[in-house]
Design a binder for this molecule. Structure first.
Ligand code: CA
Ligand code: CA
Ligand code: CA
Length: 304
């Protein structure tokens, strides 16, 4: 029994010690409450989670922000730049540059090409020389027309009108295709020639009866059927600024600039001629001179 009692005493003491351990356990409980600090770790976990999210967030955000940044800027910049560069590029080159250039270049080319093509080849003849007076019967009269352009000029629809300086009215007209030619070659001549006028062989001639061209003051006008204005004109011995032409409304000016001083007469062999061929500056005073007649040939410079 004693041992049993002793053992019981030991058990009681052991229980008391265990109870003391309970306090420790309580301490340990407190320690467990330290795991109560586990809530702190929880909080810490939240921070951890926050930190993790921070690291992840930064990771995801950084990549996201970076990706979006790189992508956004890339996609946006390229997008904004692409549209900008494309819009300006597409608009500048497509709409503006090509449009403005194409129209400009096209219009310029169109203007230039037709102009260069049409101007040199536009039907143009010039009244180049006239001999209206001579000794005796005026059977060697002539009016020389000259083609200054690089292309042949058709005579269809062209005519020469003779205008009377007394009444400023037309007194004769000759269709230019009624002679030996239908066109005048580039740099060539057509001569409306009296029966005794000497024209080189091969030069187109439109025959005129003797005494056809009135001695001045009178004038001549070159007309084209498809033109309202005159192709060329010349008046001699008096200005003729308002003449009437058959089939045309209004009046026409045969004078260019100042009246030419050159006059023909019956006492010397002479003619009035543009000097040199085709000279037409808009001033008859300087464009015309007295020279030796050259019907159908290059006008001769006046003797010094
Ligand atoms: Ca005459
Ligand atoms: Ca003469
Ligand atoms: Ca001549």
């Amino acid at each position: 029994m004693k041992p049993s009692l002793y053992a019981l005493a030991l058990l009681l003491s052991a229980c008391a010690g265990t109870h003391g351990a309970d306090t420790d356990v309580t301490d340990s409980d407190t320690v467990f409450q330290t795991p109560g600090p586990d809530p702190e770790p929880d909080d810490a976990v939240k921070p951890d989670d926050a930190a993790k999210p921070d690291s992840e967030m930064p990771d995801s955000e950084l990549p996201d922000s970076e990706l979006p940044d790189s992508e956004m800027p890339d996609s946006e910049l390229p997008d904004s730049e692409m549209p900008d560069s494309e819009m300006p590029d597409s608009e500048m080159p497509d709409s503006e540059m090509p449009d403005s250039e194409l129209p400009d270049s096209a219009s310029d080319q169109d203007d230039t090409e037709p102009a260069t093509d049409s101007e040199p080849c536009t039907a143009m003849l010039i009244i180049n020389e006239i001999d209206y007076d001579m000794d005796g019967s005026d059977s060697a009269e002539f009016i020389e027309l000259y083609n200054p352009g690089p292309c042949a000029v058709s005579l269809d629809g062209l005519s020469l009108a003779l205008v009377n300086g007394n009444d400023m009215a037309e007194y004769a007209r000759f269709p230019l295709n009624g002679g030996t030619a239908t066109e005048v070659a580039a740099g060539g001549y057509l001569v409306l020639a009296g029966p005794d006028a000497i024209v080189p062989a091969g030069i187109p001639v439109l025959p005129l009866p003797a005494n056809t061209i009135q001695n001045g003051p009178d004038g001549v006008a070159l007309l084209a059927q498809d033109r309202d204005g005159l192709m060329d004109a010349f008046c001699y011995e008096a200005p003729m600024t308002a003449v009437a032409l058959e089939g045309r409304d209004g009046t026409f000016n045969l004078l260019s600039g100042t009246l030419a001083e050159a006059k023909d007469n019956a006492t010397s062999v002479r003619s009035l001629a543009r000097m040199p061929d085709g000279t037409r500056t808009g001033n008859d005073l300087t464009d015309w001179a007295i020279t030796t007649p050259t019907p159908g040939a290059t006008n001769l410079l006046p003797a010094p």
